[in-house]
Design a protein around this ligand. Sequence first.
Ligand code: NZQ
Ligand code: ZN
Length: 400
Amino acid sequence: MNNFQYFNPVRIVFGDGQIKELSNLVPNHARVLITYGGGSAQRTGTLDEVKDALNTADSTREVFEFGGIEPNPEFTTLMKAADMVNEHHIDFILAVGGGSVIDGSKFVALVSHLTQDDGTVSRDQAWEALTSYTRNIDSAVDLGAVLTIPATGSEMNSGGVINYSERKAKLPFGNPLAYPKFSILDPTKTLTLPERQVMNGVADAFVHVMEQYLTYPVNAKVQDAFAESLLKILISEGQAVKANPEDLEVRKNIMWTATMALNGLIGTGVPQDWTTHMIGHELTSLHSIDHARTLTIVLPSVMRELKDSKKDKLLQYARNVWHISSDTTKDDDAIIEEAIVHTERFFKDLGLPVNLADANLDESAIEPIVQQLQAHGMTKLGEHKTNDLEVSRRILQRAA
Ligand code: NZQ
Ligand code: ZN
């Protein structure tokens, strides 16, 4: 196991009816900006529930709202929210939504102090912050979250991904100041999700685990066993939620698993990959494919293309997650291929694409993606930093 420091300051408040806890979690005298997405929080009543919880008799909170944060949150929209933070002297941002709203709100929290003479946020400085992973940002507005879709882990981590359509860029950032102070996880809120989003969430969490697990062994027994458990739970609960979407016990387990998949725990002290995600981001920015669906398109090809460098972990995955026995009739390659086919079948059963054709793309999509990877400096991906553009091209060719 490699050396590591593990720190996670996010208070998780989990369970049915827990939105009422906002009255204790958000400071009594805060000037609060509630941020939300394209309308689901209004339609489902969650926004009203949040406002009611903040509006207690003993508080002098002032509450403002900013709606319209898109899936794959747009830089230009977020700049308007950041201006609002300054205009109304906001000192607490409360994100109500999924990964897009939470990521977008984290970015707003980090860049809203980058003001220019007229009091608005400098778009140039904010863009510079994004392209440098927000590394140099040293202050941020406090942030809390009410999660409405289990998927990204953003509720318990310090990262995010921002889309800038005009620049054809979808870029990640990370900064310890972006950890939410708390996140409320009420699994009943996930019952209003369309099936597509439920399945996207299961797949995104699955691939998060794979990015941190499917590398090479460093004898990290806790991380490996945790990761394998999370994968097995996502497989069983993914199938269960498809069969019984109203089963709240299943929803609870999916919600907590997705959080645990990317809150730093299983990634401590182990090498990490993230090739699938970086290629996937380009697919979203060029073709507007849902984040999770880009991952299910790319991952099987990553596994096949990199099966030699990932061999030990692929065999471990086959054995411990899919219970594929290694009898004498099968060589390692056959066992690995069987595990990949199981993975593809799992995705397909959830209605997810497993290649470019499933997303109505053909080989002509490949070169523009490779060019975008180059433009964004994604030229040394993977746990060995050896996945150059040629490797990415081969991965995409396998996915065609
Ligand atoms: O916008 P609204 O109207 O709210 O609708 C949303 C959106 O259309 C809807 N939705 C959310 N909760 C709902 C609901 N509909 C009905 N009932 C509810 N309870 O679901 C749609 C998708 O929402 P979104 O927030 O985009 O989904 P998700 O949580 O999957 O987030 C995806 C974003 O997170 C980034 C992705 O790149 C993508 O931009 N990621 C963030 C990560 C992180 N911070 O660590 C890691 C991930 O790898 C991922 O990259
Ligand atoms: Zn993801």
